[in-house]
Design a protein around this ligand. Sequence first.
Ligand SMILES: [Zn+2]
Length: 101
Amino acid sequence: MDEQRLGDVIDDHCIKCRRVTNHSIVSLVDDHAAKVRCRTCYHDHDYRHEQAPPSKKELKRMELEAQAALAAGEQVESPLGEEVSVPAEVMAELKSKSGHA
Ligand SMILES: [Zn+2]
């Protein structure tokens, strides 16, 4: 177990430098780095475990998935043909309720 302390220098991904750089720990939660400061550009940010933030493409995909989940859960009245994943049985039920019978 390597205990982390304030001021310790650790590697992390800096979004400003867009690469892994040296960071100082500026905030600890449960003895783990919570916030760090880039030693290159002095930008403070949450410790991200050396992970690059999701790309715009990934963000877009997550947004679409969230929208689909919302559509499936709450507003099931989305028109057919739209790119939302509404379960077939829900659609069938909707049709039978509001259908042209
Ligand atoms: Zn930086």
